[in-house]
Design a protein around this ligand. Structure first.
Ligand SMILES: [Zn+2]
Ligand SMILES: [Zn+2]
Length: 100
């Protein structure tokens, strides 16, 4: 069983800081102003060939403690009509109608 990932080969330009024409290596410096979409077709300004592009969105991670979810602090409840939720940990507590 082969588990080879398709890396696109030497003619692929997907991992660059700039969008690069796969035909003539023209660099689109102003790619953000130039293109309205994250992916699609565009025509190279230099060689006039049509090519497909897609933007690689880097995924980053963030973390923070959630004391209220661990019982270390009180929830920061935000009241809604039929329920309330904690703005910190997004816990939901449904409010009983006619209760209290
Ligand atoms: Zn080109
Ligand atoms: Zn909470």
């Amino acid at each position: 069983m082969t588990n080879k990932l398709d890396t696109g080969g030497p003619s692929s330009h997907w991992d660059r800081d700039y969008l690069v024409c796969p035909y003539c290596n023209y660099i689109f410096q102003d790619v953000i102003d130039h293109l309205k979409y994250n992916c699609g077709q565009t025509t190279c300004e230099r060689c006039s060939k049509v090519f497909y592009f897609s933007q690689n969105i880097e995924i980053t991670w963030d973390s923070k403690p959630l004391d209220c979810a661990n019982g270390l602090s009180a929830h920061q409840w935000k009241d809604k009509k039929t329920y309330r939720y904690c703005v910190a940990c997004e816990a939901i507590e449904y409010v009983e109608e006619g209760g209290e």
